[in-house]
Design a protein around this ligand. Structure first.
Ligand code: ATP
Ligand code: MG
Length: 355
């Protein structure tokens, strides 16, 4: 690793706080990176202006590494206040896409506008108005939580109150803890705190809950909802479909560098997987005939006393319940099987996201 790989906070030399910075070198890196990574990831401070309605416009970006096409003809827009997710399997091109938008990687072709600015030409303004949590971030082992927050705050002219941020993120009692003693979830929260220290208009979160237990994951989800509720725009990547469903207003499904479809999670489910199912158990001899008579029923499968009834439409489950009630069919078991983003992914790509 080259020395520059260890730096992320590249100061604006004209800034009043610049004198404090040279000694502040810490490690925050991705394993794969480009030579200009450190400079691009620097957070700079310039004045903020009104946020436009559409905060990110990406048009036909492309990025290759030798023979590997990491991103190909990717286009999407993100609106103010939206939680937008890039979802796809390992190596799909999520991080590359996100880092192009952040100005960390330069695409080979295509156009990117963020907050009405060019992430490369206007790098200082952009870095000042966005917050970034990188996929594989590290800090010095022995840096204390408050020191890290103080360090990041020193990079901006009007940072948020670090103590308040730590409180909001449930890290107040870890203020004096060394980075290396934090749990995975606490480290993630700290990285979110650092991404928020400049009160950014757009926050980028790359795989923020990977490797966390379900409880920590839920706590982080609540934090992201809190960020959105404060009017911020959030762009996140995940390969967890549940995370995308719970957090994202819209998602772009990306595979092998290409976007396959974009939409709200429910919109994508009804577009690609409109069929839903009810599984129930009954000993009623007339049940099969009655269930088959329900409008919009596609199939009724029977295994012993268990029936699986498939049909389409938002009212399908209600219609099954009505049928059971009207015909006084006594059931001993009932569950619905509703399609989700995982099913959409399977349908669109022919394989599960985890394959
Ligand atoms: N610096 C690099 N040099 C060479 N190849 C790279 C580099 N960065 C990414 N790639 C390749 O580009 C493709 C997309 O990688 P990227 O990191 O964007 O995927 P991802 O969707 O974020 O994956 P993950 O879910 O594993 O984080 C992969 O094939 C990867 O090996
Ligand atoms: Mg990634």
């Amino acid at each position: 690793m080259r020395p520059e790989d260890f730096k992320i906070g590249i100061p604006d030399p004209s800034g009043a706080r610049a004198a404090r910075r040279p000694a502040l070198i810490f490690s925050c890196y991705r394993n794969r990176k480009e030579s200009d990574h450190a400079a691009r990831a620097a957070r700079h401070h310039m004045g903020a202006s009104a946020t436009p309605r559409s905060v990110i416009q990406v048009s036909r970006i492309r990025k290759t590494y030798g023979a590997t096409v990491a991103v190909s003809e990717v286009s999407f827009d993100v609106s103010e206040g939206e939680v937008f997710g890039l979802i796809g399997p390992n190596g799909a091109g999520k991080t590359t896409t996100m880092e192009c938008v952040e100005g960390v990687r330069r695409p080979d072709g295509g156009e990117i506008s963020i907050l009405g600015l060019d992430p490369f030409r206007d790098v200082y303004q952009v870095q000042n108005r966005i917050g970034v949590q990188l996929q594989q971030a590290q800090l010095q082992k022995r840096i204390k939580v408050w020191e890290a927050v103080d360090l990041w705050a020193s990079l901006y002219p009007k940072p948020m109150d670090g103590n308040r941020l730590l409180e909001q993120l449930g890290l107040a009692d870890k203020r004096n803890a060394l980075f290396m003693t934090l749990s995975g979830g606490q480290k993630q929260r700290l990285f979110i705190a650092l991404a928020l220290i400049n009160d950014p208009e757009v926050v980028f979160l790359d795989e923020l809950t990977t490797g966390l237990d379900p409880q920590s994951r839920r706590a982080i989800w609540d934090l992201v909802r809190g960020i959105r509720d404060r009017g911020k725009t959030v762009v996140l990547t995940t390969h967890l479909m549940e995370e995308a469903e719970r957090l994202c207003d819209r998602v772009a499904i990306i595979e092998r560098g290409k976007i396959i479809d974009i939409g709200g999670p429910e919109e994508l489910v009804s577009r690609h997987c409109p069929t839903r199912a009810v599984v129930l158990a009954t000993e009623d001899a007339l049940a099969e005939e009655r269930l088959r008579a329900i409008p919009r029923v596609e199939t009724v499968m029977r295994r012993g006393s268990e029936f699986t009834i498939q049909g389409q439409g938002d009212d399908f489950v209600t219609e099954v319940i009505q049928c059971l009630s009207e015909n006084r069919i006594r059931i001993t078991y009932f569950r619905t099987v509703l399609p989700n983003l995982e099913d959409v992914f399977l349908k669109l790509t022919g394989h599960s996201i985890r394959d």
